[in-house]
Design a protein around this ligand. Structure first.
Ligand SMILES: Cc1ncc(C[n+]2csc(CCOP(=O)(O)OP(=O)(O)O)c2C)c(N)n1
Ligand SMILES: [Mg+2]
Length: 804
């Protein structure tokens, strides 16, 4: 401690060492931000957004972040990630450059822009690691406040692990629920509905959720008074503060440049949160943005001179430096030496990251340059190939796309030739396409051995005297068996608990399994899903219910931005095998009869979309999905709960494979593909058509994503040469998707003798009551007519126009 004014300092040697290590990290991180910005301006990276101005709070937060804890945060958190040892500065730069190597960028494998952090909670086989032994960060997304629903679920998992004794053996996931879910969010982003919904729910649930608000007074260019009532989120939320008699939040305020106060604030917050499971809101005020919001523009455009001067003075690294010299009594020379070293560390890390990135990208470039050199010798198009080669060679910062372009252009040029360089190019192309698929397109769904597509089909078993029950009772039996079999499974949603959901699939199950297994929630679709995602990320097996498909829209953002792309954006580093249960199709009127499957399949690739026609098929899908590590939406038929079904004897075990349609009626004249509640409508029409000699083959697609994986529908078209797609979605909705799948993907077009037809609901939402339903949605008469018309066009004599 030579450089310290030993006599004067009031801090122990160990404490001084720690403070200086923190300072060094803050400077390293700051320097990484500064260099990162330059890299963008030099054209080495496309976009930069950094954590400068937020360093100290993150270092303080990292000090109380333990193994087993989870972060759910946003793009400013690089310093925190460095501090917990889950991100190196080299990896930070690798992500900036979009290096697709997993070791270079373990968070996203180069798939996401800079500032998207996440740890790998899965091993290379897609199985959970021991989450209690590692410091975990859930995978970031860009939509502001999108981290909040998931944060709630991460915290909720601790409550379940602590309070449900059946889970005490799940030591791979939790140590008695001691884990805190740490959230971070920008001040401006707290204006989002997701923030308020999650905060309210955390107060209700009393979960260990420690939310830090990084308040730098701005959201890009818009100052605080435009964002928040009273221009302060802690003031606006003051009513959440717990009291001696009422549960609530602990709200703590602290300044972002005050290192000792930050350390103290986080220690206090941690204790309350971890020990008492009380949610904490930590409002970190007076933060700055030394370099402005991002590389997209300068903050001089919207910050006043006074504000800029204040930011310079209250820069947290500068303030810490002053404090170290004035209070900790470290000599300025030593501080300077630390700064210099730290800056060097950042620069060296950048250099290493860039070299590794370039070496990787250049591998293919070198191969193509070599082939092009050879091609020049052997081709008739020497000049053109030479130009391609020179262009490729002259790229300052080579990219894969330039290499691919050069190769494809060369093949175009040599299209009439057949020489060995051309064969080399073709061979390379094959490998490159595979490699680039792996780099940019793998892991939309699980690729582990537990993927839903690998779950074995187990047929239902019936006895002669198997009971015939209401559809809802089939579900109830399925859920009973599931809850009995696996303590990790739990259900949550509006009215799911006490009354066992509005259609009684869980009737009596809360009484039997307890409130933690079958749980009522507030009316908050978005965070019901977030609760499910967060819990699933921590090894639990939630079945989250959205009461009606019509209300899915409130949850759609979180499902699309977070769950659907989770495996993809981490390249298989994280999974949340959440099952979303809902009910849709026809019942009564607008908002209780929706069948917006097209909306789902267009926004939720990455989640399977299953549309069982009855509750037995639904139960089979639940059993399949519970055995898998994929996420799925199961849409039950709203009008099917009271219809009679035979209950399989092996309700506990049977599975319905996903992506496998079922033929409901065999026929020769025309194929009708449908799903869900429309199966009954189509069957009624098909039986009527049979009476007049038209033989329909009715196929229940059953699962829309994935769709007919074995291409069985085209086999039917080969026989009938005619096809109709029927559903309750809008025109051009899911029927258009199915049409594309069968005619284009399965190449069904070549077997058609008649034009393909779609039967759908009207464009508007369904009108109320039986007549509203009849005239809004496809009915048996309409199906009859449309099918008849196809046959009539083919053979007008046999099938004269009906209404002419
Ligand atoms: C849903 C959504 N809307 C808009 C944006 C664009 N955007 C990115 S950051 C940002 C400002 C966020 O400000 P704040 O929450 O205060 O965080 P800060 O960047 O200041 O740390 C905006 C509007 C976005 N990413 N997501
Ligand atoms: Mg801000």
């Amino acid at each position: 401690m030579s450089a310290i004014k030993e006599a004067k300092t009031k801090y122990s040697q160990a404490r001084v060492k720690e403070i200086l290590a923190d300072f060094r990290l803050a400077v390293e991180s700051r320097e990484a931000s500064v260099i990162g910005r330059k890299e963008v301006f030099m054209g080495k990276a496309k976009f930069g957004i950094f954590g400068d101005g937020k360093e100290l709070a993150q270092i303080a937060m990292a000090k109380v972040f333990k193994e087993g804890d989870f972060r759910s945060g946003y793009y400013r958190d690089q310093t925190f990630m460095f501090a917990i040892g889950e991100l190196t500065i080299q990896q930070f730069f690798a992500q900036l450059y979009a290096h697709t190597d997993l070791e270079a960028d373990p968070s996203t494998a180069g798939r996401l822009m800079t500032g998207h952090f996440g740890t790998r909670t899965l091993d290379e086989h897609g199985n959970f690691r021991d989450l209690t032994k590692i410091k975990n960060s859930s995978a970031d997304i860009s939509p502001t406040a999108g981290q909040m629903p998931r944060l709630l679920g991460l915290a909720y998992a601790s409550k379940l692990y602590r309070e449900n004794p059946e889970l005490k053996d799940c030591t791979q996931f939790s140590n008695n629920g001691d884990e805190i879910a740490f959230g971070t969010i920008g001040n401006a982003s707290t204006s989002e509905g997701m923030f308020f919904e999650a905060i309210n729910a955390a107060g209700v649930l009393q979960v260990p959720m420690l939310t830090s608000i990084w308040d730098d007074g701005y959201g890009i260019s818009v100052p605080q008074e435009f964002h928040t009532t009273k221009a302060s989120i802690s003031k606006a939320l003051a009513g959440l503060q717990r009291t001696a008699s009422e549960k609530g939040f602990e709200i703590i305020k602290v300044k972002g440049w005050d290192y000792p106060a930050l350390i103290e604030a986080y220690q206090k917050a941690e204790k309350i949160c971890r020990e008492e499971h009380v949610p904490v809101l930590l409002h970190v005020e007076e933060m700055t943005q030394p370099q402005g919001h991002s590389t997209s523009g300068s903050h001089e455009r919207y910050k006043s001179k006074e504000r800029l001067a204040w930011e310079a003075e209250y820069d947290c690294v500068r303030k810490m430096r002053e404090w170290i010299i004035d209070e900790v009594m470290v000599l300025p020379e030593e501080v300077e030496a630390i700064e210099q070293e730290a800056r060097k560390v950042a620069k060296d890390s950048r250099d290493r990251a860039w070299r590794a990135f370039m070496n990787d990208v250049k591998k293919d470039q070198q191969i193509i340059l070599q082939i092009l050199s050879k091609a020049e010798q052997e081709s008739e198009h020497r000049a053109a190939l030479e130009e391609l080669k020179n262009e490729l060679r002259s790229a300052v910062n080579p990219t894969r796309l330039e290499t691919m372009k050069a190769a494809k252009r060369a093949l175009r040029t040599m299209r009439y030739e057949n020489n060995s360089p051309k064969q080399d190019l073709l061979a390379w192309l094959k490998f490159a396409e595979k490699d680039n698929y792996d780099r940019y397109s793998s892991h939309l769904y699980s690729q582990s051995e537990h993927a839903a597509l690998n779950v074995e089909a187990v047929a239902p078993v019936y006895r002669d005297n198997s009971s015939i029950v209401d559809g809802r009772e089939v579900l109830q039996a399925c859920f009973t068996a599931a809850l009995q079999r696996d303590p990790l499974i739990f259900a949550l949603g509006e009215d799911v608990g006490k009354i066992g959901d509005v259609n009684q699939g869980f009737a009596g199950l809360q009484a039997r399994f307890g409130e933690l297994r079958v749980t009522d929630t507030g009316i908050r679709e978005c965070t019901i899903i977030g609760q499910g995602i967060g819990a699933a990320l921590r090894g639990l097996r939630p079945i989250a219910e959205i009461q009606y498909l019509d209300y899915f829209i409130y949850a759609l953002a979180t499902l699309s931005d977070d769950l659907a792309c989770l495996q993809y954006r981490t390249k298989g580093g994280q999974k949340a095998p959440l099952i979303i249960r809902t009910r849709g199709h026809r019942l009564e009127g607008v908002w209780h009869a929706g069948s917006q499957i097209g909306m789902l399949i267009n926004s939720l690739r990455g989640i399977y979309i299953l549309t069982p026609r009855n509750m037995t098929q639904a139960a089979g899908f639940y059993n399949t999905m519970l055995k898998s590590d994929d996420a799925a939406v199961v849409i039950e038929c709203l009008n099917g709960y009271r219809l009679k079904e035979r209950i399989p004897d092996n309700i506990n075990e049977f599975t319905v494979p996903i992506g496998v349609p079922e033929i409901l009626m065999e026929g020769d004249d025309i194929t009708i593909v449908t799903y869900g509640s429309m199966c009954r409508v189509v069957m009624e029409a098909a039986e009527d058509l049979q009476q007049i000699g038209i033989s329909c083959e009715v196929i229940d697609a059953q699962s829309i994503l994935p769709f007919d994986i074995h291409h069985s529908i085209v086999e039917s078209v080969k026989k009938t040469n005619r096809i109709v797609f029927a559903d309750e979605d809008i025109p051009g909705g899911t029927t258009a998707f199915m049409l594309q799948q069968v005619l284009e993907v399965q190449q069904g077009y070549q077997y058609l003798d008649s034009k393909p037809v779609t039967i759908t609901a009207k464009e508007h939402r369904p009108a109320y009551a039986s007549d509203g339903d009849y005239f809004s949605k496809p009915n048996p008469e309409e199906v009859f007519e449309k099918v008849y018309q196809v046959m009539s066009e083919a053979d007008p004599e046999k099938y004269p126009a009906l209404y002419a």
